[in-house]
Design a protein around this ligand. Structure first.
Ligand code: GUN
Length: 285
């Protein structure tokens, strides 16, 4: 029987700490951090993410604006908007919600965001800094996962970690952060042969594929820590669910994150942390 890792609670305490910090910064510098979120189109998943970000920013005392553009906006118009925000000294963080419509080159847009305002840490320069072990902000979901692992009190160093998923946003950077914590890391994916066997080696299992019930209880080593990054709709009841067969997996794992209420709230809390960090770097320069 697992202990459930309460991401919502851990995120709340992180946000409370940041709120106190923002009050202090406002007293010292006479202004609060300012985050601008760009949302193109009206995909329900993206709208829901962006709403969550605005709510968290308000809780922390971060000024925030969501700029909404129709799905027909051209790449040039979007790039011009990002350039305008780069030049605005009152803007401390810029986030472009992904995915973007097909006619817009996502890589080009991400690379246009000034590195000093790149709160997602998705820009090529931020990624390079992370992999070269240079000082940088850390991408939000991977950072949130490490914080959740640390909250359990387990030692990461020396453990076998298996990451299922190799995306730029989650799989690759979380594998890198686990390596930096001295775990021995295997990166598996949807085409890994004997995925069950590979997964069963894990003391720490991170799953980020986006397929409901990809990981079943028999794929989990008894006593493992299971971090579920998936966000799917359960085809049986339409409810939100992760990539792990949670009901059965929690009988085997020592610690497990629920969906919702696990990794999701931590991603948003870490985004707030990055926004405050960028602001501090700017005002204390
Ligand atoms: N789409 C899904 N997750 C994210 C995220 O963390 N940041 C951005 N910009 N877009 C996303």
């Amino acid at each position: 029987m697992s202990e459930i890792i309460n991401g919502k609670e851990i995120a709340k305490s992180l946000k409370e700490g940041l709120a106190a910090k923002v009050v202090e910064l406002n007293e010292k510098y006479g202004r609060t951090p300012n985050l601008v979120v760009i949302l193109v189109g009206d995909d329900p998943g993206s709208v829901s993410y962006v709403t969550g970000k605005a709510k968290a920013a308000n809780e922390v005392g971060i000024r925030n604006t969501t700029l909404r553009f129709p799905v027909t906006i051209s790449e040039d118009e979007l790039l011009a908007k990002v350039e305008e925000l780069n030049a605005d000294t009152d803007v401390d963080g810029i986030l472009v919600q992904l995915p973007l419509p097909k006619h817009i080159d996502e890589n080009k847009v991400i690379a246009t965001i000034s590195i000093d305002k790149d709160v997602d840490a998705f820009s090529p320069m931020s990624v390079a800094r992370l992999w070269l072990k240079q000082p940088t902000i850390v991408p939000c979901t991977p950072n949130g996962i490490i914080k959740l692992l640390k909250s359990t009190g387990i030692e990461i160093s020396g453990k076998e970690a298996v990451v299922i998923g190799r995306s730029n946003i989650v799989g690759l950077p979380v594998a890198k952060l686990l390596l930096d914590e001295n775990a021995t890391v295997t990166i598996a994916h949807s085409r890994t042969r004997n995925l069950a066997e590979v997964a069963r080696r894990a003391d720490i299992l991170v799953v980020a594929i986006g397929r409901e019930r990809l990981v079943t209880a028999d794929m989990i080593k008894p006593g493992a820590v299971v971090i579920d990054v998936g966000v799917n709709r359960d085809t049986r009841n339409g409810k939100l669910c992760g990539d792990v067969d949670y009901e059965n997996a929690k009988e085997v794992a020592a610690y497990i994150t629920p969906v919702p209420g696990g990794v999701g709230p931590m991603t948003i809390a870490c985004l707030m942390e990055n926004t405050v960090e960028n602001f501090i770097k700017k005002v204390e320069k």
